[in-house]
Design a protein around this ligand. Structure first.
Ligand code: ATP
Length: 484
């Protein structure tokens, strides 16, 4: 028998009373029922009623403390309110079908059975009655048994379920990945046969499912299913291009698709940050377009870090991911992902360390996590050595940061001050001076102090023919700029 948590019972009783008041049958459906049977906590409670869901929502909300505000989505015939940390969503039972090549379903009122038929998987098609038989589980497709066996299966013929809404193919893989379930072979075959139908689904809906796959404990499971079924190629061809190994003169390179997935899984053990996981997905994205074979040397991917960073905005735009500071974060990590390796060499200077701290700023720890995850050698000795090297880099970063405070540092002289000092407009010279000051400090040629930077600016300005409009310029020009 189903055990509804005692804390939830009062809510469900209130909804049951409201349903009696508006004279409709009502049921809890979908993810809540599934997660209850899996012993997981839920945040959303979806209610289906045979009648008008909006009326039921309004009647139910009145029975909750403080009469929570009901948000109505008239076009969808749904309504929701929040209470006690839960989201209650109400909808009338529906029958719906999608026309070929159209995203718009034809929707009609239906029975509970109709509603269960149009659900995506047996494990999501169970309902709990809130009627006379309160608490009774209604499980027409043996979803409980599929939960026990760890199976993703469509309630109807998979071709019907998927052609009604092709997003369900993505959802099959999403649930298989999140729950570590298998997809029934017949269901999976239908996905492979129908993968090109995903084209009619909006990218916004696809990306919601993809991000849930990426946030799973082992995202590679989902990516392999997406790739092998042909779904991935429908919306993320750049990622598919990573797959494959070339051979010339007996030399092969590694398969960058499986390498990237290994990096993503490694990283996922240490970070739940969606965007850091995206950085792992994209860190080698420019390897295919930069791949060259150099005689006597082998395969190279020169510049894949810089080109990869350049590709990030287009990929984000195509995938309808946000074009904000999260994208910039991913771009920065892709651009910098080779830098910590270069710091593992023995005689690395403080200035190289300062430069990385300056370029990475507050994202230095995320970058180090990415680099650590990038070690995918099967040779345990090599992995150990690389990890030790990175530990050394971490220590050096820490020491230099303690000493020089570069992480959140801005060079002490701004462009405005340069323009005011030399009475010049925004121009190339301003950039040259600003950059030279930054470089001199990072290289350790002058101390990281305002007075030293100011004197340096005056000396350099005078060298390139600029005249400062200050009285005591002479004092600053006494010393020559340090030689670089
Ligand atoms: P989670 O909360 O982990 O995302 P969920 O099952 O609650 O899981 P939702 O996307 O909120 O996922 O969907 C709620 C329920 O609505 C599902 O359990 C399923 O019954 C149904 N559902 C959602 N999307 C579809 C769809 N595209 N086709 C058919 N049924 C769907």
């Amino acid at each position: 028998m189903l055990q509804i948590p005692p804390k939830h019972l009062p809510y469900l009783h209130k909804i049951a009373e409201a349903a009696q008041e508006v004279a409709v049958d009502s049921y809890v459906v979908g993810g809540y029922v599934r997660d209850l049977l899996l012993g997981k906590g839920a945040k959303d409670i979806d209610i289906v009623c045979v009648g008008n869901g909006i009326d039921l929502a309004k009647a139910a909300a009145k029975r909750f403390p403080d009469n929570p505000k009901v948000v109505v989505f008239k076009n969808f015939g749904t309504a929701m309110f929040k209470a006690d940390g839960f989201e209650f969503e109400f909808v009338g039972a529906r029958k719906e079908s999608y026309q070929r090549n159209s995203r718009k379903p034809v929707v009609e009122d239906g029975t509970l059975e109709d509603d269960q038929n149009r659900r995506d998987f047996t494990i999501n098609a169970m309902a709990i009655s809130l009627n006379e038989d309160f608490g009774q589980l209604i499980d027409p497709f043996e979803g409980q048994e599929d939960l026990r066996q760890g199976l993703i299966r469509t309630p109807l013929d998979p071709h019907t379920t998927f052609s009604d809404d092709p997003l369900r193919m993505m959802r099959a893989i999403r649930f298989a990945t999140q729950l570590d379930f298998d997809i029934l072979p017949e269901t999976y075959q239908a996905i492979s046969a129908m993968s090109d139908r995903l084209k009619i689904v909006s990218m916004e809906r696809i990306i919601v499912e993809l991000n849930k796959i990426i946030l799973a404990r082992k995202p590679s499971t989902g990516f392999k299913l997406l790739f092998n079924s042909g779904l991935l190629a429908q919306f993320f061809p750049e990622f598919c291009n990573l797959q494959g190994v070339d051979e010339k003169e007996g030399l092969r390179h590694k398969d960058n698709f499986y390498h990237t997935l290994q990096v993503l899984d490694n990283l996922s053990q240490n970070s739940d940050d969606l965007w850091l996981r995206w950085a792992a997905i994209l860190h080698d994205i420019a390897k295919p377009p930069t791949k060259r074979f150099e005689r006597g040397h082998g395969w190279t991917f020169h510049g894949h870090d810089a080109l990869g960073a350049k590709m990030v905005p287009r990929i984000f735009r195509n995938l309808k991911l946000p074009l904000n500071d999260r994208m910039k974060f991913v771009q920065k990590l892709v651009a910098l992902h080779l830098r910590p390796i270069s710091l593992t060499k023995e005689n690395v200077t403080d200035s190289a360390i300062r430069r990385l701290l300056f370029d990475a700023g507050d994202d230095i720890d995320a970058l180090m996590l990415l680099c650590q995850a990038d070690i995918t050698s099967k040779n345990a000795n090599k992995v150990k050595r690389f990890l030790e090297n990175y530990e050394m880099v971490r220590q050096k970063l820490h020491q230099v940061e303690e000493k020089d405070r570069i992480r959140n540092w801005q060079p002490p002289i701004s462009g405005d001050e340069i323009m005011a000092t030399f009475s010049i407009r925004p121009s190339r010279e301003v950039g040259i001076l600003k950059n030279a000051i930054k470089e001199a400090i990072l290289e350790g040629e002058i101390p990281n102090k305002y007075e030293d930077a100011y004197a340096f600016m005056l000396r350099l300005g005078s060298k390139i023919g600029l005249e400062a409009n200050i009285e005591n310029e002479e004092k600053f020009l006494e010393n020559d700029p340090p030689s670089s």
